[in-house]
Design a protein around this ligand. Structure first.
Ligand code: KIV
Ligand code: ZN
Length: 512
């Protein structure tokens, strides 16, 4: 009998904690919808007590997602647990996740608490959470560097207090597959009531072993595997969902695991997270990198043409990477467009569909072949629309290798058209400088990435930017067959997000 496992995705919590990966509410909701579509078992939606923005996002995810458990992280403190419960209580399947550090180094220097006090607080807080929610996960932070004997007592205590899942985080990515495997086996041997809880594994990638450690833990008896899309997360990131699942899938013969994930949603999830966070996937990244299925060497190409299994251990189609092309052109009707969207798994409301169709028509005018990736990029942007304080109307640039670039940019702000002209070191710099003048602020541009959505000279360019203002980072995205336009759009998108977030949350903090 295959072993049933659960996939616990923490892209919205641990993933979002990584530098430059912060997302607004709409973006988190869109990712949550995609995780549900991919049939992830548990979605950790955030750390509700961290800020009003985090609270609102966890709550919105809890109220939207129906088919996955929705969890909120909390320190082992009543205030954190209260906020988590308030945020997830309307979920169909809510979970409170609480944690406290259990390693000597964390207890002594971070918590400044004696081990016995840590144990007492953990047990008390699990019991406290249990009053709210039947599903309570407990994590022993830095478990892999904890004294095993202490860990066994801690787990025994929290299980007795009602924990339904006990998590073993390799918080600093220090462990090896052999050690983690032994630790899980020993937990199973030494925690007398371990059969009353599920064992989870949560690995960080500081030494590049997060996925290997997760799989080793599974082989030793962990059945909830914690991970993030594209492996984003603190420092070197978390174990990558797509690598864990495709390893289990491709090596069924070895792992014999049963999971409920729809692997054909993996590629789309990866693209969505990458475009919403602005964090690019390295080309040689396993499973979802641009080169993961590219066979460059002649000898490989020859083999693959003769028989795919010579060099291909999994198919692109198994992760949803198809070469399907939209056969619609500029004369295609709305119905055909909607049918194609539905076939791709997108269901837009009437207003968004109308807008997307308009944009599709404009694109079909400029581009000969509109491919699924084009439609996907367009629809993803629609799904995370925020109010546009500044809306691009038009721009003109004058540039060349022997003149100073100038740009005139016109935007609408509160129904009023305003225009500014600026020079710059090239057309993009000139365009962004003109936007700074319009907005009346200066921003640090921390990151700028341009990628083409598809192949071909007439491809759409997708620009991702990160701007920095008053200690906070905002990402923005723009899409156009004209890269200067995509750049201005991305910059304005980041500015609009900043204004939107400031308006909602500037004054409030929970003092976490
Ligand atoms: O890495 C870690 O220890 C964590 C816990 C809070 C689960 O993310
Ligand atoms: Zn973590």
């Amino acid at each position: 009998m295959p072993t049933e496992i659960k996939i616990f995705d923490t892209t919205l919590r641990d993933g979002e904690q990584s530098p430059g990966c912060s997302m607004n509410l709409q973006e988190k909701l869109e990712i949550a919808r995609q995780l549900e579509r991919m049939r992830v078992d548990v979605i950790e939606a955030g750390f509700a007590v961290a800020s009003p923005g985090d609270f609102a996002a966890v709550k919105a995810v809890a109220e939207t997602v129906k088919n996955s458990v929705v969890a909120s992280l909390s320190r082992a403190l009543p205030k954190d647990i209260d906020h988590s419960w308030e945020a997830v209580k309307h979920a169909v399947s809510p979970r409170i996740h609480t944690f406290i550090a259990s390693s000597p180094i964390h207890m002594q220097y971070k918590l400044r608490m004696e081990p016995e006090k840590v144990l007492e607080q953990a047990v008390e807080m699990v019991a406290y959470a249990k009053k709210y929610c039947s599903d309570v996960e407990f994590s022993a932070e830095d478990a892999s560097r904890s004294e095993p004997e202490f860990l066994y007592r801690l787990f025994e205590g929290v299980i007795r207090a009602g924990a339904t899942v006990v998590n073993v985080p390799d918080t600093v990515g220090y462990s090896t597959p052999w050690e983690i495997s032994e630790l899980i086996a020993e937990i199973r041997n030494h925690v007398p009531n371990i059969d009353k809880a599920e064992i989870a594994i949560h690995c960080h990638n500081d030494l590049g072993m997060a996925v290997a450690n997760t799989l080793a833990a599974y082989r030793a008896g962990a059945t909830q595997l914690e991970c993030t899309i594209n492996g984003i997360g603190e420092r070197a990131g978390n174990a990558a969902l797509e690598e864990i699942v495709m390893a289990l899938e491709t090596r069924r013969d070895f792992f014999d695991a049963a999971h409920s994930l729809d692997t054909t949603q993996i590629y789309r999830s990866s693209r969505l997270v990458s475009s919403l966070t602005g964090v690019q996937v390295q080309p040689n990244k396993a499973v979802v990198g641009a080169n993961a299925f590219a066979h460059e060497a002649g000898i490989h190409q020859h083999g693959v043409l003769a028989n795919k299994s010579t060099y291909e251990i999994m198919t692109p189609a198994s992760i949803g990477l198809t070469s399907n092309r939209m056969v619609l052109g500029k004369h295609s009707g709305r119905h055909a467009f909607e049918d194609r969207l539905n076939a791709m798994g997108y269901h837009l409301d009437k207003m968004k569909l109308d807008e997307a169709f308009e944009q599709f028509k404009e694109l079909a005018d400029k581009k000969k072949l509109v491919e699924d990736e084009d439609i996907e990029a367009l629809v993803q942007q629609k799904a995370v629309d925020i109010p546009e304080s500044f809306q691009l109307q038009r721009f003109v640039v004058n540039s060349g290798n022997s003149i100073t670039a100038t740009a005139a940019v016109r935007v609408t702000q509160n129904g009023r058209d305003i225009e500014a002209v600026s020079t710059g070191d090239g057309p993009v710099d000139a365009g962004l400088n003109a936007v700074d003048k319009l907005v009346g602020m200066d921003f640090d541009l921390e990151d700028y990435v341009l990628r083409s959505v598809t192949k071909g000279k007439d491809a759409q360019g997708e620009v991702s930017v990160k701007i920095h203002k008053d200690g906070r980072r905002y990402s923005g995205r723009g899409l156009s067959t004209d890269v200067v336009e995509a750049s201005i759009q991305a910059y304005l998108n980041a500015i609009n997000k900043m204004l939107y977030e400031r308006r909602d949350y500037e004054e409030e903090t929970f003092d976490a």
